[in-house]
Design a protein around this ligand. Sequence first.
Ligand SMILES: *Cc1c(COP(=O)(O)O)cnc(C)c1O
Length: 366
Amino acid sequence: MRFNETLKNIKTYEAGKPIELVVREFGIEPERIVKLASNENPYGTPQKAKEAVVKAARRMHLYPDDSMHELKRALSQRFGIEPKELIIGAGSDQVLEFCARAVLNPKTKVLMSRITFAMYEIYAAQQGAKVIKSSCYRHNLDEFYKLYQTHRPDIIHICTPNNPTGDALDRDYLYDFLAKVEEPLVIVDGAYMEYAAFKEPKKAIDPKDLIQKFGNVLYLGTFSKAYGLGGMRVGYGIAQEPIIEQLYKLRPPFNVTTLSLVAAGAALEDEEFVRQSIEKNFAQMDRYVQYALKRGLEFIESYTNFITYILPQQISSKEVAGKLLRRGVIVRDLTGYGLNALRITIGTPEQNDRLFSELDEVLDGY
Ligand SMILES: *Cc1c(COP(=O)(O)O)cnc(C)c1O
């Protein structure tokens, strides 16, 4: 059998470990397991979304509304854009994939930060495109601009706030950069934008304003994080119509299920749930900052629902993550990103109590 050459350069994406795996491998009771590894909303799902799903279950035997009329209307209203400036995917991941397939081939290049969302590189590799990474581990847009001038990439990825570091760009700084790059498709991934906009208004990127100013930019949003729908797989891209029109050619029919569509629509209406989740997130984030200060751990100021602790060299983050896992606490080790660090999703107060006590015990062993 012969597979595509491009597959040789692709590493399989390693998702955060599911609770079921920890149950199977370590025999820990599911109730004793705390999952702080995938940046889901620890407060669950908006009540309205659950109700909408139960109701829509009656229509499960029918294909979804492929025009996605209702959710498009709701999203367009929310952002003050036109439905034709919007594409909805099975997670924003699917929209990323459309972008890669629409633009990339083995003759093209993609520019991204050295440490950023792993899927950017995987989708680029699937198309055989060359990946250029900045040397700085934050988004240094001055360096990005230099690399842009040298390499003339076809796609530029900007993740703000950035996963897995948690830092976010100031809007003005980003806009100055965008004003200078006209040809490539620039993808601004705002998976955690709701958090950043709450914490620091000058980090807030408004999709409508963004696409009005820049015709080559696509904004990505998701229901998987603040909206509490990680299990439903709904995300969206917002851009001027000529971009959306091209992406539509790559969209498989019925790419978002009926249940996911209604859940996302209902979640959008439950602003109170989202606002409260974000407020609680930052109240709990303070505890993580205090913990880091108390234990002398380095951390990156975060505008998201996770925090990244950089461990001292003599303590391996991989080992610490393994020890926490055996105690039933799942966090994300960033060794694979070239950082001796742990990315920890900010949980509920109880989950965080547990994390702090287990981490204390693990760190005391060094
Ligand atoms: C979680 C995440 C996504 C993807 O979310 P979907 O669940 O596919 O919508 C995209 N970008 C970043 C930076 C993320 O952290």
